[in-house]
Design a protein around this ligand. Structure first.
Ligand SMILES: [Zn+2]
Length: 296
């Protein structure tokens, strides 16, 4: 499970891997494993037809650098990948709220951040303050009403940054529908990851169902096809439930979580993945994958 691959020398967020690390990881894995698409893997898994360990590459969210950096390397190495997009961000200048928290705290010149709606005031001036503030704010907000969170974050970011507030740029930017169209050629595929990226257990069941179906329909309307695998936002065990899995099973062949592990036939609507960030070196990722393919 990747999010992005960056050509920037200084990475803004560890969820985007450096261009060289991504390439090195895939070269190493390709020497030892076969790759297939997540849809094909799902089919083989449900038919109990997997003989040897197989890897599937997925990207979450729909960042611009999937198109402008990751695809180049995947093409060069001839590897398939599926890009799961939150369609409400595609072709817009909207921030993903988690990115906006990170960007505005890191860029702020103020000594502290006060968020009255959360009843907190956090220092920003000492070393380590900013990283702590980002993780505290993110974890407080993840349990709040999603639609309030978006406007709350925009509000405090504008007050923190003043005239320095900007639209998403570089690794914070999302793809356009033209990018998505180009990226939908074989061996790539585009998959649904909701419209607005809410944690589905934080919204009502009917909103969750709309988020799931509308993202799939957006994709079909733009490119004519959509992966048969769905991808849960945030994807931890508490971020989907039985009702959400049941609904997903009516419209998709499988769904992927962010829970660590290998994909198993008895978990078709909560397939596990291995999250890869820029801090996961090439050999460490290889050892992780090797351990999982032996079922440990
Ligand atoms: Zn996501």
């Amino acid at each position: 499970m990747y999010h992005g691959v960056s050509k920037n020398k200084y990475l803004k967020s560890p969820k985007h891997l450096s261009y060289d690390l991504f390439r090195a990881q895939l070269i190493k894995l390709k020497q030892h494993y076969e790759f297939t698409s997540i849809d094909n893997l799902t089919g083989l898994l449900s038919n109990k037809a997997i003989k040897n360990p197989l890897l599937a590459i997925t990207f979450d969210d729909g960042y611009k650098n999937n198109y402008s950096a990751a695809a180049e390397i995947l093409d060069d190495l001839g590897l398939p990948a599926t890009f799961f997009i939150s369609t409400g961000y595609i072709g817009t200048n909207k921030w993903m709220w988690t990115d906006l928290v990170e960007y505005s705290i890191m860029s702020s010149k103020q000594d502290s951040v006060k968020i009255s709606d959360l009843g907190i005031e956090l220092p920003l001036s000492a070393p380590g303050n900013k990283a702590l503030a980002i993780s505290s704010i993110k974890s407080l907000l993840k349990s709040k009403d999603f639609y309030q969170t978006q406007s709350l974050v925009e509000g405090f970011s504008k007050s923190l940054l003043g005239s320095d507030y900007v639209d998403p740029f570089d690794d914070y930017q999302f793809m356009s529908w033209d990018d998505i169209k180009e990226l939908s050629r074989a061996p790539f595929a585009i998959g649904a990851h909701t419209v607005n990226h809410p944690i589905l257990t934080n919204v009502s069941q009917s909103i969750a169902e709309q988020e799931i179906l509308n993202s799939r329909d957006d994709i079909i309307n733009h490119i004519g096809t959509c992966s048969k695998t769905f991808c849960y936002p945030n994807g931890k065990i508490t971020d989907y439930n039985q009702a959400i899995m049941n609904f997903t099973s009516l419209h998709f062949d499988s769904a992927i979580s962010t829970v660590y592990g290998y994909a198993r036939a008895d978990e078709m609507y909560q397939l596990r993945r291995v999250g890869v960030s820029n801090s996961l070196g090439c050999n460490k990722l290889f050892r992780r994958v090797a351990n999982l393919t032996y079922g440990t």
